[in-house]
Design a protein around this ligand. Sequence first.
Ligand code: URA
Length: 229
Amino acid sequence: MSSTVCVLRRHEIAWHPMETLVVDHPLVAHKLTALRDVRTDSPTFRRLADELVTLLAYEATRDVRVTDVTVETPVAPAHGVRLAKPHPLVVPILRAGLGMLDGMTRLLPTAEVGFLGMIRNESTLQAETYATRLPDDLSGRQCFVVDPMLATGGTLAAAVQFLFERGAVDVTAICLLAAPEGLAHMDKVFANSGKPIRVVTAALDERLNDSGYIVPGLGDAGDRLYGVV
Ligand code: URA
């Protein structure tokens, strides 16, 4: 009897320009559908978001840096790998990104965590940083930004720019949902930057509506995670 070994290599994943990966998996689609449903209450929403992030993080960390190590099994030495130092940095964007933090650190327990609070300045319409808790020097760091909704892309672009300015070597954004307008904005901002940036998402939705919500989307991610405050 013959058996088949299937190894998923990076070039076999559907990377789009600017390295956007829409994770095509029935479990991801199943959880995302329940997350979108307006009848899903906050506790269930939080649990589903958490589970979904872990699935997305699995693909998002495909290029995480490792170093070769050898360990002793009870039988013999075995060659393997360990996450390289400096350890990756996970950066949730406040407030909704907090709902994705546990799912990330479950998969990357040795990662460090930094925080970025971003808000849109209503006069300039530019995203501005109102809170940071990050190492000053991110030289050599791989960063994973978590923010559930890539809508206009203004906040994410500003966050990614901030990390590059501190020396990050590459940045991967993990978003539950993305809008074409947001991806186009990221493309425009970073196309000629020569910086490695990628976006990993569970779905690419149709568009933004006039209020800046993703359609069909899932509504306000922060409100659905934490209630309207
Ligand atoms: N932020 C959200 O929470 N939802 C959207 O649809 C767009 C931005």
